[in-house]
Design a protein around this ligand. Structure first.
Ligand code: S3P
Length: 175
């Protein structure tokens, strides 16, 4: 295996946790696009949204994806909105095997309500926001991913194992 494994999916679907598991299993370094943006910019995501607006954050995501184009042998966990731009979707597919983590809205609400660091959900009705965004984004995730995994009834370990097996098969067919 050489190319990267990229995790996409809505907020709260476990991308960072699964990313860490995959990183340990394969011995591939983990790149978490949200963390890297925060590290490079020096501000938190809520601060970036507040001071510069969502589009500035989206520009940072695109720049970051462009800068990864020579990377191989990495696990890349992404922010939930990264699939919004067609250019990003193309860049993601070029990076390697794209895995979409899927969860029910109720599960997403439960997982995202544990902290307040997601500006898009800091409003009166996060449940509605989740449903609205899912409607827009689901076809985009589907178009971008090589594999989709329903995570609701699986443990993180089971999801990780499923991805490992499918990725090995996928990279085997690419050789
Ligand atoms: C966002 C998801 C967040 C983060 C930002 C915007 C989104 O990442 O990039 O708050 O638009 O769905 P997670 O999916 O890791 O929560």
């Amino acid at each position: 295996m050489q190319k990267n494994i990229i995790l996409i999916g809505f907020m709260g679907t476990g991308k960072s946790t699964i990313g860490r598991n995959l990183s340990q299993t394969f011995g591939y370094p983990l790149i978490d696009t949200d963390n890297l943006i925060v590290e490079q910019d020096g501000r938190s995501i809520p601060q970036i949204f507040e001071e510069e607006g969502e589009q500035a954050f989206r520009d940072m995501e695109t720049k970051l994806l462009q800068s990864l184009n020579r990377h191989t042998g990495h696990i890349i966990a992404t922010g939930g909105g990264i699939i919004g731009r067609p250019e990003n979707r193309q860049l993601l597919r070029k990076l390697g095997y794209v895995v979409w983590l899927i969860a029910r809205p109720a599960e997403i609400l439960e997982r995202t309500s544990r902290n307040s660091n997601r500006p898009l959900l800091n409003n009166e009705d996060p449940e509605k926001t989740i449903r609205d965004l899912l409607e827009i984004r689901t076809p985009l995730y589907r178009d971008t991913a090589h594999l989709g995994i329903e995570t609701d009834n699986l443990s993180f370990d089971e999801v990780t194992t499923g991805i490992i097996e499918s990725a090995r098969y996928y990279f085997g067919t690419q050789e």
